[in-house]
Design a protein around this ligand. Structure first.
Ligand SMILES: [Zn+2]
Length: 285
């Protein structure tokens, strides 16, 4: 196993923790998921994000800080489908592992074009969140704390309405750039693009970090020129030399958009999606 030494190290730092009397802790691997949790639970629950802000979930290696976070948690929600599998190494380490809920078991995911499997970036479609993720989340919360079920359902209902409004706003906002194309360094945006009528003309790194051959590069540049893409979308924590090269060769500007977000949890998901829509509008206009 690739990080056996790390696991050993983590096991050494695991300590038994508190019994009762403390605030209930619910954990999510990624910021957007934690933001949904914060929307549905009330203030006496602490919601924590396992992935540190600015880290790349595709390549993340957990540290003792993440183990300690999870030891306090009674519930852990994650995306699944290959994105945050690293968290599996951590859930069994404490004396009382958190209940685990995996969204990819509940959300209809798009097939991946290149390498088989399913595309995990579903949180960028607010309607998939409204119709599949939120009900799954409420189900998990009800199992953890059945006494609070009524309050979860009520909050979730309001939250789902808010998501409908968000979807309507994004649709209006992005109407002027419907049908316009972008190039993605990493294909994180297909759910968002499908929902709001944007076109992903090409993906630069179907396998993250792998450099393209000269032949592949020429072919890709030709494809991108033909697509009339207006932006090469990169992510803040992924440095891609190839993306830079392609932007340089085609004259298409590089635009950085963050699919994960960070900051205040409550209201954070709406802010994240509004920000992504604003960035795409500006890039494709
Ligand atoms: Zn990704």
């Amino acid at each position: 196993m690739r990080c056996g030494w790390l696991l050993c190290f983590l096991l050494l730092v695991v300590r038994p923790v508190h019994a009762g009397g403390e605030r209930q802790v619910f954990a999510a691997t990624l910021y957007p998921l934690a933001a949904w949790l914060a929307q549905v639970v009330d203030d006496d629950v602490e919601v924590v994000v396992v992935l540190p802000a600015g880290a790349n979930p595709h390549t993340f290696e957990p540290l003792p800080a993440q183990v300690r976070l999870l030891q306090r948690a009674s519930l852990l929600v994650r995306v699944g489908s290959g994105l945050d599998d690293w968290v599996e190494k951590l859930t069994g380490l404490g004396p009382t592992p958190p209940a685990l809920m995996t969204f990819s078991d509940h959300v209809p995911l798009l097939p991946l074009r290149e390498k088989g499997g399913r595309d995990p970036h579903f949180w960028l479609d607010p309607l998939l969140v409204r119709d599949h993720a939120v009900p799954a989340l409420v189900g998990a919360l009800e199992r953890i704390a059945p006494v609070d079920a009524a309050s979860y359902r009520l909050r979730a209902e309001r939250w789902r309405e808010e998501l409908s409004h968000l979807d309507a706003r994004l649709r209006t906002k992005l109407a002027p750039v419907q049908g316009r194309a972008y190039v993605a360094v990493h294909s994180a945006w297909r759910y968002f693009a499908n929902r709001y009528g944007l076109v992903e003309a090409a993906t630069i790194e179907p396998v993250p970090g792998r450099e393209l051959s000269a032949k592949e590069m020429t072919k890709l540049v030709r494809e991108i020129r033909r697509s009339q893409a207006r932006a090469v979308v990169v992510e803040p924590y992924v440095f891609s030399k190839t993306a830079r090269q392609i932007a340089h060769e085609t004259g298409i500007p590089l635009v950085t958009i963050d699919p994960f977000g960070s900051g205040e949890l409550r209201g954070g998901y709406v802010r994240l999606l509004e920000e992504i829509a604003r960035a795409f509008l500006e890039a494709l206009r």
